[in-house]
Design a protein around this ligand. Sequence first.
Ligand code: SF4
Length: 413
Amino acid sequence: MARKFDVPEYYRSKIISTVKEARRLDDPRKKDLSPSILDFGQVQYLIARHFGFCYGVENAIEIAYNAIEENPGKRIFLLSEMIHNPSVNDDLRRRGIAFLRTTDGRQLIPFDDLRSDDLVIIPAFGTTVEVRQTLEAHGIDTQTYNTTCPFVEKVWKRSEQIGRDEHTIVIHGKRTHEETRATFSQARKHAAVVVVRDIEEARLLASVIDGTAAPEDFASWFNGKTSDGFDPAKDLQRIGVVNQTTMLATETQEIASLLREAIVRRDGSEAALVNFADTSDTLCYATNENQNATYALLEEQADVAIVVGGYNSSNTSHLVELCSEKMPTFFVQDAREIHSLDRIQHFLVEEGKLTITTDWLPTKRPVRIVLTAGASCPDAMLEDVLVRINNWIPPERAIDDVLKPFSNGLLVA
Ligand code: SF4
């Protein structure tokens, strides 16, 4: 049975958590990816089969709240954002936790201000070898409240293995993302490292591998994205691909195939078995599940999608990307951004900015709304969205009736 974490009750939700739990009990092997439909009459919500808090996030939240409870009177710091969700981070701040750095690595409190009896929580993304060493040099215990997700550590271990096998490590990720910075730092202990952000960059790398581009092009294309002294002539002979766990899994697979094919073109298929390390086992289960559940969700007819999560959440923006291909999609941080049935504030991932859209919700009834969230979003925030919309489109059915298909002897109040 999956481990249960002690997460504050206010992150759970009567409606959403009930649906989730019922689906989990009905389908423990997670074979059914079809969405859950909450039919209130004039409005129907299609809720993804998998979304919201993952193992790594619940583990991190449990450890952080335990740290507060177990250490009254102590100074407690978070190395940076706990997870990419502003409401969770704000709650931790309110409870007295101070943040040492911003999520992009800008220092807010100098490490030199730390005392050896301070407590520092390492976030779920993990941290770099250098930061850990700095903390330890200040006498900080970096183990007790280390919330690095085991699935991120798995990527580090796999990087170590392929590095020991004399393969260069290609990281599919965003170079400035905390997790990629951490994985880069861990990986370069064992091998040369290069980061590719997307298919386009993977194609450039493939062209250097198969010789259709000159090695000199590599330096300008991958400036700032390699370990020191990276030599494309030598360091692209044998490679393996790992990823930032929250990237699009299908994209990681496509990148791996592209690079493998480039090696086949250069060395032949037999040599490619040696020169290309199979690392498909580093994909995170939660990212996979959430993305696969989103693909299943998109097979349904719906009018709009609302995706809830922090704007800087990588896994959430990928869900937005998937939904946007099929229907008008609105990426909101919380329910307050839905100003009315006519006006919504939402985040544009590509442009990196907020915008306002009017007449965002079709007037047809019933209207079908896809509702989902990334791995760092509490169920309660999804419920807030549902309740807010229901305040404007009054339900024709009582909540007990709506939840009946999900009762399973569980909470139906
Ligand atoms: S998304 Fe995956 S790797 Fe990231 S914290 Fe969750 S379980 Fe861990």
